[in-house]
Write a protein that binds this ligand. Structure first.
Ligand SMILES: *Cc1c(COP(=O)(O)O)cnc(C)c1O
Length: 384
């Protein structure tokens, strides 16, 4: 039994009632609830449109497709991310070009390294808001604009996050969100693409459903049964059962993120008091960035200490994880980028440990986790 798992659901009877309502309505595929969820999500982020899709990976793939990323095109993305960010680029026929992170304190895409890696084939910049820390969107947006590149955000960690008052996911042509079970808000599986470009929105809606001009829901509302297929598309549709859950989760998002913020503050305070030699990315967030606190990463002085403490915590019932093994280290990607070295990413990934974080975690649990880390450290004989 875990004393603290890495993440837990924040579900109650409201999600259940939403699902029951969807069942009772007799319409379970994409319909009125999906439309309401898209509208509410667009409003929440300030985007003009939001398009719900099967999952976050599909959101990235369709976002890239809608911006015509294809064979021969290079897309700048971090390697310190979930594999889906880079895989979506490859699935479109493009080539991911991995960019280092700014620093151990700011593990998001380094705009200077991004600029160095621009070639005549570069088409887009795809930053990730790692752990819910907004990337340096001001610099990245300027870079994209001055070099004529598309900006697409992997905002899987960042629902509710913003930079200078503007929501993550609305800084470029498309923002891609995931509602997987461990994300800040979840529909089990699910994803959303936000955009402020009506042409992109139109293309996304077409590609999501076979390139068809009419949806089943349109037909149910009395639209003619005849339709045309404007381009070869996919089936990446969302459904009204998940939308019912998503509407409830979205309504809770602000409060859930606020609770995450409080717990992160508690972790930061306790770790600072402990005097341990740790880097806490959430302890040095600039004023303009409003994070969504998706996960709580800690950077240890060495990989040995990280590994040892991770093992000891697991044995003590505290679930930990690593975010992430860099994408360029994976077998399938070594072939794509042989010999690539990203010093800051590699240093971060070798020394990072992710500790439990979810809204229903208690202050007492945070204190226990921190004292367990401190205790493990003392026993490992390297307290600084
Ligand atoms: C979860 C995640 C994805 C993929 O989302 P799915 O909904 O699981 O397909 C993409 N990028 C990042 C950074 C993620 O954390």
């Amino acid at each position: 039994m875990w004393k603290a798992r890495l993440s837990e659901l924040e579900f109650d009877e409201k999600e259940l009632l939403g699902v029951v309502d969807a069942f009772d309505s007799q319409w379970i595929t994409a319909g009125p609830r999906t439309e309401a969820f898209e509208k509410a999500f667009a409003e929440r982020t300030g985007a003009t449109d939001a398009v719900a899709v099967t999952n976050g990976t599909a959101a990235l793939f369709l976002g890239l497709k809608a911006l015509d990323i294809g064979p021969g095109d290079e897309v700048l993305c971090p390697s310190l991310t979930f594999v889906a960010t880079a895989a979506a680029v490859v699935q479109c026929g493009g080539t991911p070009v991995f960019v280092d992170i700014c620093s151990l304190e700011n593990p998001t895409m380094d705009p200077e390294d991004a600029e160095r890696k621009i070639t005549p084939r570069t088409k887009a910049i795809l930053p990730v808001h790692y752990a819910g820390i907004p990337a340096n969107l001001d610099q990245l947006a300027v870079l994209a604009c001055t070099r004529g590149l598309a900006l697409i955000e992997d905002a899987a960690h960042a629902p509710g996050a913003s930079f200078a008052g503007r929501s993550c996911g609305t800084w470029g042509s498309a923002g891609c969100f995931s509602f997987f079970g461990n994300k800040n808000m979840t529909t089990a599986e699910g994803g959303m693409i936000t955009t402020c470009d009506p042409e992109v929105a139109k293309r996304l809606r077409l590609l999501r459903s076979h390139g068809m001009t009419v949806t089943s829901w349109d037909r149910d509302k009395g639209r003619p049964a005849h339709y045309d297929v404007l381009e070869i598309g996919y089936n990446f549709r969302f459904d009204d059962i998940r939308a019912a859950i998503g509407l409830v989760q979205l309504a809770k998002l602000e409060a859930m993120n606020q609770r995450r913020a409080e717990l992160v503050q508690r972790y930061n305070d306790r770790f600072s008091e402990s005097g341990l030699d740790l880097i806490l990315p959430f302890a040095s967030i600039p004023e303009a960035k409003r994070p969504s606190y998706h996960i709580y990463p800690v950077v240890f002085p060495t990989m040995e200490e990280r590994n040892k403490i991770g093992d000891l915590l697991q044995k003590d019932g505290i679930q930990t994880s690593l975010h992430y093994s860099p994408v360029h280290w994976f077998t399938a990607f070594r072939k794509v980028v042989p010999g690539l070295c990203l010093p800051v990413t590699e240093s971060f990934a070798s020394r990072e440990l992710t500790l439990p974080l979810y809204p229903s975690l208690s202050e007492a649990q945070v204190d226990t986790i921190v004292s367990t880390v401190v205790h493990c450290y003392e026993n490992s004989g390297s307290l600084k």
